[in-house]
Design a protein around this ligand. Structure first.
Ligand SMILES: Cc1cc2nc3c(=O)[nH]c(=O)nc-3n(C[C@H](O)[C@H](O)[C@H](O)COP(=O)(O)OP(=O)(O)OC[C@H]3O[C@@H](n4cnc5c(N)ncnc54)[C@H](O)[C@@H]3O)c2cc1C
Length: 503
């Protein structure tokens, strides 16, 4: 007899959300996490003696509202502070942007564009909260597809036409059409491509901006940092009845009679359950944990083709003093992406495994909010640097030092004197991120979020509705619809699909 109804593999935000929802509905759930603490990309760590930084993710666009309220995370101490954006561009004065509000000659045009894109994002948001319609087998829930389609039709003819244009267009062209200020064009281009293997001129790049807006009203800082968010989720999951085990890496998923029936840990321990839910990378799930013998050969081959190139690097600096970003608010999100062309120019080299001369980046100073993350008077800088090659031509270490040098040069130009304050620097390249966090290719979403890998194609058509071709095995991580970020929608949706199927 299995000792659990469900085993969830992976205690990132999606595994935690999935496990908590299932346990809340009375299922006996075991959550197995390889790391010493749950959280995955949401966590923090001491990267130098006395200096703490977000482990990977440093801001959230917003947790999925169903996860936030359904898990009662406020009761477990989770609170968020909104974070304004400061755009830095060369010698120009820093420009503050909050939602659609900003200053300068483009203020009205930017507000109008933000309002239009937010309205489209609201129409698309319900797609995130449902399992994607399947188009590959008989007896499909066409009603759901129709319902979602009707929500879009509700826009009216002109807006509907405009939405279709926007879904297909690239963000560079939209920025060129609607704005004149290079700083705002750069911000739009940067936000659309953050975490993607795309440049602003790549086809369909605007849809990623709509996706970002549909995730929430962020950027937000979880009070206490990302680790506090993970701890609140773990406390809520445990309170819902989830048995959470850390330092418990799953080595394989075992089958009986063509059905997944349990997992084997690296320690050799075997645990059985009615269902196995994988909230880790889909490619790793099928290729490393299940293996070819339990899967159809064609399907197994396709799992190797899930595109998963990462292009974001993570920089942590220990600083002996507060850098001055030309007067920009150190508690804000500082974006260095001087124009849309600059974002495109930073993307071009990674196509050939090379490093950009002038990377673009999102910078935060966590110590402006959490003073005890560094010794008194000292600070920590956390930056997401784009773009970094996932397969560098020159080799990992050469690419790392070149990208670090180029990144520090960009930072020094915006905050003169910063280099002189560096006590320790760490740059995590996509290969390091794969090794530490299990994100294949170092990809932000555990599989590229691009039109051809969205909805009913995510991660593959045969496994798009969280169920997989292997009976008893389900997916629940960012590699599934609707993708990643510190959000939890994929895990929550997966639990819903499981409950619906087993009702
Ligand atoms: C450079 C970079 C910066 C980012 N910054 C941000 C940001 O600022 N904001 C944001 O919203 N998103 C950010 N992201 C994306 C975000 O971190 C991920 O999308 C998110 O963490 C995905 O959540 P998840 O729960 O699906 O997976 P994960 O967070 O990857 O969690 C998976 C968990 O499974 C565990 N695990 C793996 N293998 C096993 C196994 N075999 N057995 C047991 N457990 C296992 C892992 O230890 C991990 O805890 C960033 C990504 C990158 C690459």
């Amino acid at each position: 007899m299995p000792s659990f109804d469900v085993i969830v593999i992976g205690g990132g935000v999606n595994g935690l959300a999935c496990a908590a929802r299932l346990a809340g509905k009375g299922r006996k759930v075991l959550l197995l996490e390889a790391g010493a603490v749950p959280g995955g990309g949401a966590g923090e760590r001491d990267f130098a003696p006395g200096y703490r930084a977000p482990a990977l993710a440093h801001l959230t666009q917003g947790l999925d509202a169903r996860v936030l309220h359904g898990m009662g995370l406020a009761r477990h101490g989770l609170a968020f502070d909104p974070v304004a954006t400061t755009v830095l561009a060369g010698q120009a004065a820093p420009m503050v942007v909050q939602g659609g509000q900003t200053s300068g000659p483009d203020a009205a045009a930017f507000a109008a564009l933000h309002a239009k894109l937010s309205a489209f994002a609201r129409v698309l948001a319900p797609f995130r909260a449902d399992k994607p319609p399947r188009l590959v087998a008989e007896g499909q829930p066409w009603g759901r597809l129709l319902r979602q389609g009707l929500a879009i039709r509700g826009l009216g003819r002109d807006d509907f036409r405009e939405l279709l244009r926007m879904v297909l267009i690239n963000v560079h062209d939209v920025a060129e059409d609607e704005l004149t200020d290079d700083r705002l064009k750069g911000l739009l281009a940067f936000d659309a491509t953050l975490g993607a293997w795309l440049g602003p001129r790549s086809p369909n790049s605007l849809i990623l901006y709509l996706d970002r807006l549909s995730r929430g009203e962020g950027p937000l800082w979880p009070r206490g940092g990302m680790g506090a968010l993970a701890r609140a989720m773990a406390a809520a999951a445990t309170a819902a009845g989830v048995a959470l085990r850390c330092d418990a890496r799953v080595e394989s998923i075992f089958t009986e009679g063509d059905r997944a029936v349990g997992v084997r840990l690296v320690s050799g321990e075997e645990i059985r359950a009615g269902l196995v839910v994988s909230a880790i990378n889909p490619r790793t799930t099928f290729r490393a944990l299940v293996g070819p013998r339990a899967l159809d050969a064609g399907f197994f081959r396709r799992t190797g083709h899930i595109r998963s190139r990462g292009a974001a690097a993570k920089l942590h600096l220990a600083l002996t003093g507060l850098p001055d970003f030309r007067g920009g608010d150190p508690a804000s999100r500082l974006v260095i992406a001087p124009s849309s062309e600059a974002v495109e120019a930073a993307f071009n080299p990674v196509k050939y495994g090379e490093v950009p001369k002038a990377p673009v980046m999102e910078v935060i100073l966590p110590t402006a909010r959490e003073a005890d993350w560094a010794p008194a008077g000292h600070h920590v800088l956390s930056a997401i640097v784009q773009y970094a090659p996932h397969a560098p031509m020159a080799g990992l270490e050469a690419a790392r030092s070149e990208l670090l040098e180029n990144t520090l040069a960009v930072l020094e130009a915006q905050a003169p004197g910063l280099r002189g304050r560096i006590a320790h620097a760490e740059l995590l390249m996509p290969q390091d991120i794969e090794a530490r966090f299990g994100m294949v290719g170092g990809n932000w979403h555990h599989g590229e979020l691009a039109v051809e890998q969205m909805l009913f194609n995510r991660p593959l058509p045969q496994a798009a509705g969280y169920a997989t071709p292997l009976p008893g095995l389900w997916l629940a991580g960012a590699g599934s619809h609707p993708g990643g970020g510190i959000n939890g929608a994929a895990g929550w949706n997966a639990a819903g699909a499981i409950l619906e199927a087993r009702a």
